[in-house]
Ligand binder design. Structure first.
Ligand code: GLC
Length: 688
């Protein structure tokens, strides 16, 4: 049951696809308050043991209680525990306790969720704009509410299957030879690999849709050379367009009036990687079509995937901000040693980036309606990605493209995936990654992942091993790191054997992971679930945040602490423990419901198969192009007849509803004994 309430005159964010009538009933659950300035806020008194799920890409735990979140897309490379805003803004929460209710605040401006920060039991939702829509969702359980919400916002973006392969990135692999070397090092060490990323240095002067002729002299030819190796190249596209006379994108954007404008009608200017840039007005449908069409320059060269970046939009500074800082500095009397003033001056300089005042100084033309940027800030990156996705519908109508973004808002989940931005090589960020995945799924972002190994800071061998041991379960599995940090490709952190083994597990799991991901996309369901969604009656499982259900058959419990040689794991039912050392080396142990200490050496990946479930595995391969899915090995934990339907298609076309895409596996009693039956060849059955 979904009820809709509208305040002011909100713009159409496109987040919701179902047509829902405005409710005539008074709003239940939330108290509506109008403060002394005439602004709306909503409150709810939580019970002590209510859990609050949701918020997608946000700080802290799976249960969002106890902190305050300001949903406002922000370039936040330093994701410490105190941060309130991340790159995405996902305004959906589910209260789960005596009553279960879902709340979605559809608003392009900042929305604050104070979830017991000011007062422990008080939930406060504070939209920063008078124009927004609230959806209240009633359901049987938190999981049921999430599924209803997902129906409301529409089918999630579907990535090609090759995007489940391992992907290597670095800011930047600067030229052909460096990329070749990365591929060679992986292949020579038998470390599987499907994609290499091109960060900003592939471009000519950081200009979107250009390729440096000096560093990539024959780009289409090079893209083909890599494809022959089973490698896709994935270039970055930034939001800001370099101001440079003669540069096509700049000239056209100015001519067609497609850049965001200031009050005086001139194009807004901010500095990002290329230096001074203009921001395309992605909220204008013609500008979106124009920008989207430019991706063809790269798809014509054979490119099959992109990552959209800096689209919060991130700004290093604006001319206005710099002028203010310079003026303040001029009036500062350095001889007085006034420390208060001194810090104010310092703050002005560090505060030049992403200034609220700048976001309030430019405008969008939303197909005739002029809207100040801060009122629709969270829709910007979303619409950049929508521009690309809508263009791909024409450029590549039959073949899926890989596409993901840094900034996002609910609604964008239909157009692309996300990566979670600039994290750090910290153990705490591995844990953050684990806890965030189910929250992202609740908000529709299924093709997602973090920079494995951490983007900033120096990664260590043990951290990368543990992070990859979790990363082999995330749909987007990409190792990415920043300029100036220690090289963290698998072959740069000592012996490669263990890395190769961990990645071999990923490649034998791809048919299962892809199947469960596709089923989640096609049925508005989740790929990563909290334990409480599967075992709602289990009070102990309710509070577990560092173990996740992955698809229908397995549970994972990643190790995320330095020097840990195992960890405690709670089993909500009897399960089969499988400790993988590589795709083919594994140990099994049947475990009873309850708490267990599970040893896991640095090169081991434990996973748990649920009672009466099975896990199909294929042979590992060096890239998805070479995957053989005609033969499977089955690990099953059952003494009964069971079935598993695996989704399988060619991985690129869009014929999702073809019944031939369902492959059947069954464990059945045959001649008084349980055996495996399937449309596929079963090479081995390990039955427990
Ligand atoms: C931003 C991105 C990062 C990228 C860098 C250079 O920080 O988040 O992934 O490597 O810009 O383009």
């Amino acid at each position: 049951m979904i009820k809709k309430y509208m305040y002011g005159s909100p713009v159409n964010t496109g987040a919701v696809i179902e047509n829902i009538e405005l409710s005539e009933d008074p709003m239940q659950y939330l108290n509506e308050i109008i403060d002394k300035d005439g602004n709306y806020l909503f409150t709810y008194l939580m019970n002590d043991d209510d859990i609050v799920y949701g918020l997608g890409e946000a700080n802290r735990g799976l249960n969002k209680r106890g902190y305050i979140y300001e949903n406002n897309c922000t370039d936040v490379p330093d994701q410490t525990e105190d941060k309130r805003s991340f790159y995405g803004a996902h305004n959906f929460i589910v209260l789960s306790g005596m009553i279960s209710v879902g709340i979605f605040v559809d608003c392009g401006a900042k929305v604050t969720f104070d979830i017991g920060y000011t007062a422990y039991n008080m939930l406060k939702i504070i939209p920063s704009s008078p124009d927004f829509t609230v959806y209240i969702i009633e359901g049987r359980s938190a999981y049921d509410i999430v599924k209803q919400f997902r129906g409301l916002i529409g089918r999630s973006y579907i990535a090609p299957r090759w995007a489940f392969g391992y992907q290597q990135s670095r800011w930047s692999y600067e030229n052909e030879d460096e990329v070749r070397q990365v591929v060679k090092n992986h292949r020579e060490n038998n470390i599987p690999l499907d994609a290499v990323y091109l960060d900003i240095d592939y471009m000519e002067g950081y200009k979107d849709f250009t390729v440096s002729e000096e560093r990539f002299p024959d780009f289409p030819q090079f893209v083909q050379e890599m494809r022959d190796e089973g490698i896709r190249l994935i270039p970055i596209i930034d939001a800001g367009v370099k101001i440079e006379n003669g540069y096509e994108l700049y000239e056209e954007g100015r001519q067609y009036q497609f850049f965001c404008k200031k009050t005086d009608g001139t194009d807004f200017v901010a500095s990002v990687w290329p230096g001074r840039t203009h921001f395309p007005d992605f909220l204008n449908s013609n500008a979106r079509m124009w920008f989207g069409s430019k991706y063809k320059k790269l798809t014509d060269a054979g490119i099959e995937g992109f990552w959209n970046d800096m689209n919060e939009p991130a700004m290093f500074n604006t001319p206005e901000g710099i002028n203010e800082a310079v003026e303040t500095q001029k009036s500062f009397d350095f001889s007085t040693n006034d420390s208060g003033k001194f810090f104010e001056l310092g703050g002005m300089v560090t505060g030049l980036a992403n200034r609220e005042k700048d976001y309030q100084s430019f405008f969008h033309n939303m197909d005739g309606k002029i809207v100040r940027h801060d009122q629709v800030h969270n829709l910007y990156g979303y619409n950049m990605t929508r521009a690309a996705s809508e263009a791909f519908d024409h450029i590549s109508p039959d073949k899926r493209m890989l596409l993901f973004s840094r900034a996002s808002y609910i609604g964008m989940h239909r157009y692309g995936g996300i990566w979670t931005g600039d994290n750090q090589s910290w153990w705490s960020h591995l844990l953050l990654n684990i806890k965030m995945m189910p929250s992202l799924n609740m908000c529709g972002f299924l093709y997602s992942g973090a920079d494995l190994g951490g983007f900033g800071c120096n990664c260590t061998r043990d951290l990368l091993l543990r992070w990859l041991a979790f990363g082999i379960f995330t749909p987007l599995m990409r190792n990415h790191s920043a300029k100036g940090t220690r090289r963290q490709e698998c072959y740069n952190l000592g012996e490669t054997e263990e890395f190769k083994n961990i990645l071999s597990i990923r490649y034998s799991l791809i048919p299962y992971l892809y199947s469960e991901y596709m089923k989640a996309c096609l049925n508005d369901d989740m790929f990563f679930k909290p334990l409480s969604f599967e075992y709602p009656a289990d009070d102990f499982a309710r509070n577990i945040e560092d173990q996740l259900m992955v698809g229908e058959s397995i549970m994972i419990a990643p190790v995320y602490e330095q020097n840990a040689r195992g960890r405690y794991v709670y089993l909500p039912e009897d399960m089969l423990l499988v400790i993988f050392k590589s795709s083919s080396q594994r140990r099994f142990q049947q475990l009873k419901k309850g708490l267990h200490y599970i040893p896991a050496a640095l090169d081991e990946v434990p996973l748990f198969i649920r009672k009466n479930k099975m896990l199909p595995l294929c042979r590992t391969s060096e890239c998805t192009d070479k995957m053989d899915t005609s033969m499977f090995e089955i690990i099953a934990y059952t003494s009964e007849n069971i079935e598993f339907e695996m989704y399988e298609d060619d991985g690129v076309s869009k014929n999702y509803d073809d019944p031939k895409n369902m492959v059947h596996f069954a464990i059945r009693e045959l001649d008084g004994q349980l055996g495996a039956v399937s449309d596929k060849t079963i090479v081995k059955l390990s039955l427990f």
